[in-house]
Ligand binder design. Structure first.
Ligand code: BYC
Ligand code: FE
Ligand code: FE
Length: 475
């Protein structure tokens, strides 16, 4: 399973044995690189960045660190090791051997899942392309670029599947991955959150905390797929995803710590004084949290979804950690509690578990999201500040599903359109909040120094010191 780096496209799938596929991917490669030059990290083509590159997919040492110019990063195709005798773990085909080829009748559903997954990866790179200009430290800049090259590789992962298993339609879909663009009015990205802006580093940390975490749950569900090449691809992608969420969690924690240190030093919780001191007040952090959490909740789809039921029944997309769940893995008789609006309040009601699979995955995401919030709150309490960050109720600010047409407060009360309009600035970032946060975004590029609004990380990358030269700028 070692990765062949002598090839133009590094891979562990014996690409050289399939000339047609190799040629097709090699002809997509220049289009990808053109896209990276045009819509990848702005002004960063010639920087030397201390990046990790996968050298093997085994758990004991898949990463290799060294300086790389991003356009020279070795994007390639890496699948987790094939498990001999793997069987499908759920749905109608439970117990049958996992598919090594696309089952004909599920071809379009499977292609759609792969395209939706793939589309998010370059979208996030496009969303983050301007952030380098305002990095709070070299350490953060390096992490941004690390995530960007890995999201680029995740696109490669899905494009490989499209080329290898979906013939001409797959090649066309691969082209379109580079033609849709985040926020493009004519050809937007597929899912809502990936057309939002990531205009500054607070939004970026929230995005990597919440939206990359949707990635974790979706990839984990696809890693259960009966279509073995998809499962193996997603298994390896998940190992990279952990770092993205780490950047989000520690990023927000450092922002919160810095704010609380300043509040303690000034002995104040007055927003204006806190802002004048060059840090982000906690209520503003809460509003950004509210926004990124709610748009990320939408990414799980409708509460009741026949798509999700079909994906499960036909063995295409499983549940989070499917094989560890103790039930019949078919769900034909089971129920699952779902939150729905009813007579002016939000109630929990049992629904067929098969139809509620999106909601079930959202439940797991919510519980996981809460764990980081608890850690941020401990950091606040340790500094003697009386404030708690909270996740809004799941109906808040939703555009997909049963809450899409009503307004719900963060506390979970259904409110009128008027009440929503009056209070929306308390609940979601206003233009003024964005303006304030953007006013703090001044680049800090001396090794070891941090911007005014964020604390230092507790350690460097790969055992290096915090003041390591993580990015060397082209002179
Ligand atoms: N925006 O039955 P439903 C990541 C559509 S993130 C717009 O609930 P389903 C990453 C839906 O397409 C992980 N449209 O749908 C993170 C459907 O359309 P049609 C990305 C939406 O299929 C950070 C209709 O509404 N991976 O990797 O059960 C950085 C009915 O809905 C949205 C995946 O998403 C939305 N938010 O659920 C980089 C995995 N939600 O049929 C990367 C693959 C729903 O009416 N995707 N719709 O035309 C899926 O599994 C499913 O497509 C979804 C939607 C869970 C997204
Ligand atoms: Fe990704
Ligand atoms: Fe990610």
């Amino acid at each position: 399973m070692s990765i062949d780096y002598s090839e133009r496209i590094p891979n562990n799938v014996s690409l050289a044995d399939n000339r047609r596929l190799q040629r097709a991917l090699e002809s997509w490669q220049p289009n990808y690189l053109r896209w990276w030059h045009e819509l990848g990290p702005e002004g960063a083509l010639a920087h030397d960045v201390y990046l990790r590159t996968a050298i093997s997919v085994e758990s004991d040492g898949w990463a290799n660190f060294g300086y790389v110019k991003m356009p020279d990063y070795r994007w390639g195709i890496f699948l987790a090791r094939r498990q001999a005798g793997r069987t499908i773990a759920f749905g109608d085909y439970r117990g049958e051997p996992a598919w090594q080829e696309v089952p004909g009748e599920y071809r379009s559903a499977l292609r759609r899942l792969i395209v939706t997954q793939g589309d998010t990866e370059p979208a996030s790179v496009e969303q983050q392309r301007h952030l380098g200009a305002t990095c709070p430290s070299l350490y953060d800049l390096r992490n941004l670029y690390q995530i960007n090259v890995e999201e680029g590789r995740h696109l490669w992962a899905m494009v490989y599947l499209l080329h290898a298993y979906f013939g001409r339609d797959g090649r066309e879909e691969a082209e379109e991955m580079l033609q849709r663009h985040s926020g493009d009015p004519d050809r937007p990205r597929i899912l809502g959150a990936f057309n939002e802006k990531t205009p500054h580093w607070l939004a970026y940390f929230m995005f990597t905390y919440f939206t990359d975490r949707d990635g974790k749950y979706q990839l984990a569900s696809l890693a259960e797929s009966g279509f073995d090449p998809l499962a193996r691809t997603c298994q390896f992608m998940l190992t990279e995803e952990a770092h993205h969420m780490f950047v989000g969690e520690t990023g927000i924690r450092r922002v919160v710590e810095r704010t609380c240190d300043v509040m303690a030093a000034l002995k104040t919780d007055d927003t204006e004084r806190i802002r004048v001191a060059g840090v982000i007040d906690l209520p503003t952090i809460q509003r950004f949290l509210n926004f990124h959490y709610s748009v990320s909740l939408d990414l799980f789809g409708q509460e009741r979804s026949t798509n999700a039921a079909n994906y499960f029944t036909t063995g295409l997309k499983g549940r989070f950690q499917e094989t560890r769940i103790d039930d019949d893995h078919r769900l034909t008789e089971d129920l699952w509690p779902v939150y729905v609006p009813q007579d002016g309040t939000i109630v929990r009601e049992d629904q067929p578990a098969l139809l509620a699979l999106n909601e079930r995955l959202r439940d797991a995401f919510i519980a996981d999201s809460q764990r980081g919030i608890d850690r941020w709150n401990r950091a606040i309490a340790q500094r003697g500040v009386d404030y708690q960050l909270t996740l809004p109720q799941r109906g808040f600010n939703r555009r997909i599903g049963v809450f899409a047409d009503i307004e719900v407060s963060p506390a979970g009360d259904i409110v009128s359109a008027d009440a929503w309009a009056r209070q929306t600035h308390d609940w979601l970032p206003s233009d003024a909040d964005h303006g304030f946060v953007e006013s703090l975004m001044k680049p800090v590029t001396a090794p070891g120094e941090m911007a005014s609004w964020i604390g230092p990380p507790s350690r460097g990358i790969n055992g290096q010191p915090i003041d390591f030269d993580y990015v060397r700028f082209a002179s």
